[in-house]
Ligand binder design. Structure first.
Ligand code: DX5
Ligand code: ZN
Length: 215
């Protein structure tokens, strides 16, 4: 069954503890870190994940939309990240390889993400080491954007790489996930769906998570 990861970027930060509790039936909590350099927005970071870790035992899926993520891996891991996802566009290839090793050395799962304009082939050199591939279906930086339909082909390509390598690797899709695009992504091979607006804007968030899961 497909996993749902609500993005707290769409939550009400004045009531973050309650907001997190309202989505506790989800599979993971998606934590969008933005530095204003890699993406044209600034969100939150290390102090917030430390407090979020204290209020939930949900797996924390940390999406690093930052330059030089390798510098912060140990701290995000030590403050509670369960999955650390970095962008292939954010570092030199040798730094990406080192960052992947560092996340694993911390005993955490590692993911690698590509922006809409980056081909899936960019993931190939690292694929064998990954626990998760993140296909961005919107330009990273903001919630509430429309799903980019070309993402479906990229999900299929990523699923083909995972099958060909015979590895256990989630395929996560992030951006513009709603009741329609959720099913399209699942059919294309996605195994994890990030949902910010569609969950946090719903009147009944548990019900929305159930519907997005497709059960
Ligand atoms: C965008 C973030 C996404 C975003 C998803 O840069 O990586 O996780 O918060 O929000 P929605 O589901 O509203 O597109
Ligand atoms: Zn994200």
């Amino acid at each position: 069954m497909i996993k749902i990861a609500p993005s707290i970027l769409a939550a009400d930060f004045t009531r973050l503890g309650e907001e997190i509790a309202s989505v506790k039936t989800a599979d993971m909590l998606h934590f969008d870190v933005m530095d204003g350099e890699f993406v044209p927005n600034i969100s939150f970071g290390l102090p917030v994940i430390k407090d979020v870790r204290r209020v939930t035992d949900m797996p924390l899926d940390v999406h690093l939309m930052i330059r030089f993520p390798a510098r912060y891996i140990a701290e995000f891991c030590q403050r509670g990240a369960d999955v650390v996802v970095l962008h292939v566009e954010s570092e030199e290839p040798w730094e990406i390889k080192k960052a992947i090793r560092d996340v694993k050395a911390q005993g955490k799962k590692v993911g690698l993400s590509i922006k809409p304009g980056t081909p899936v082939s960019a993931l190939e050199p690292y694929a064998e080491s990954l626990d998760q591939i993140l296909i961005m279906s919107v330009e990273p930086g903001f919630g509430g954007q429309g799903f980019i339909p070309e993402s479906l082909g990229k999900i299929e390509q990523a699923a083909q790489i995972v099958a060909r390598l015979g590895i256990t690797c989630d395929i996560e899709v992030d951006g513009g996930i709603n009741r329609v695009t959720a099913r399209q992504c699942e059919s294309a091979g996605a195994t994890v769906l990030v949902a910010g607006s569609s969950v946090f804007r719903a009147a009944d968030r548990a019900e929305e998570i159930r519907i997005l899961r497709g059960n």
